[in-house]
Design a binder for this molecule. Sequence first.
Ligand SMILES: CC(C)(COP(=O)(O)OP(=O)(O)OC[C@H]1O[C@@H](n2cnc3c(N)ncnc32)[C@H](O)[C@@H]1OP(=O)(O)O)[C@@H](O)C(=O)NCCC(=O)NCCS
Length: 257
Amino acid sequence: MIFKRFQEDIDSFLARDPAARSRLEVALCYPGYHALMFYRLSHPLWKHNWRLLSRWISQLGKFLTGIEIHPGAGIGRRFVIDHGNSVVIGETSLIGDDVTMYQGVTLGGIAPSVDSKSQINRKRHPTVLDGAIIGSGAQVLGPITVGKGARVGANAVVTKDVPPGVTAVGIPARVIMPKNKQQAKNFVAYGTPAGDCPDPVVQTITNLRGQVEALMDKVDALERRLEESFSPEDEISDRKSATNDAKKPVAISGGCS
Ligand SMILES: CC(C)(COP(=O)(O)OP(=O)(O)OC[C@H]1O[C@@H](n2cnc3c(N)ncnc32)[C@H](O)[C@@H]1OP(=O)(O)O)[C@@H](O)C(=O)NCCC(=O)NCCS
């Protein structure tokens, strides 16, 4: 069983890294794979309350691989950390199946140093659901959820939930437009994205532009109707009467005695 799991882990590195050529190469040369093995040893010990030993094994793994996975974290199957240096996975992180991560990723707490005691045993690290990809250097902070199949861009800082299937980039991370801009205009029933999700800012601007254009059309139509309803003679007589009204003396009531 354990041997099968190790083999499954190796195969997922082969499947997701174009540079990996053989199982032996993965087993010998992939720190992400080694870190995972240390985790698979330390996690059951953590669960059976052998806390110090489990942390010691985890730290040995960090010393050898540069990847720190807290033994209390929950990690699903076929997890791949490519390259791996400086990856930090915090104690209450949860990672689903088929998740991929690159070097420099942090699954961390928002402010672990502030009022630390109140944070003990509280969920303070992210949950990354099945099939998500977290790009190199991304900082995913707080008890948020990165949805199924979502992609977090390299160097993004994520502090809010990322919906399933979308790509989020930048600081702070925001969902980006799909390459096919037409997709952004499609109606999304009940807010459930069927593919990539439109950027909400761009969507709002597009809606506002639509409303402004509709208003301009209405103003044009009203102006045309006004012009049509006044004949040139009407306009001349209107102007004349307006001039005469202006010339009439204005009676001032009240005033100083
Ligand atoms: C986020 C990512 C998955 C997007 O890939 P994609 O879907 O092909 O997206 P595109 O290349 O079409 O980019 C869409 C837009 O997002 C921008 N973008 C892409 N990645 C970005 C990032 N990490 N940060 C900021 N903006 C980014 C692009 O410039 C583009 O902007 P534009 O529409 O104004 O031109 C990818 O760029 C990424 O960061 N992957 C991480 C991979 C990684 O860590 N590799 C390390 C291996 S060692």
